[in-house]
Design a protein around this ligand. Sequence first.
Ligand code: NI
Length: 180
Amino acid sequence: MAILKIARMGHPVLLQKAEVVSDPGSEEIRRLARDMIETMHDANGVGLAAPQVHVPLRLFVFRVPPERTSGDPDDQAVELRVLMNPEVEPVGSDVRLRWEGCLSIPGLRGAVARPWRVRYRGIDLEGNEVTAEVTGLHAGVVQHENDHLDGILYPMRMRDFRLFGFTEELARFATPEQRP
Ligand code: NI
């Protein structure tokens, strides 16, 4: 197990389109996933995509902490999930603004409008196909991490840069509707 170095915004690996994982069950991929889980927990993040640790492969890990779920029945806590070669599609037309942060953009948060409900599929570490239809934080994290696989960082999805700032300053000065 190892804690990996996280690429920060400005590093070109974060703008690359990642490659399909061709050997999901291999020891190399299992080790990468284990190290990414350890790195995510060490950094206190809820998600981490392989390009963020300088590996341009279509793989991410995430969790949905119980205290951050929305209360929606399709937004349940998830202790940990590894997803490879994911496909994500919006369900319905409900788009909501949610605050996001990113381990590659430390100290900052921004409000991003994304589909509230998505359906996704992918392969887990055991090689099994995973499918789910989710909302809230779960849907937001999956979309954010999936974007990393296409070289997209959350500020590239933002429309209102007044809703972008340092977490500490937002907590001090933001109006209630701007507050993360
Ligand atoms: Ni991120």
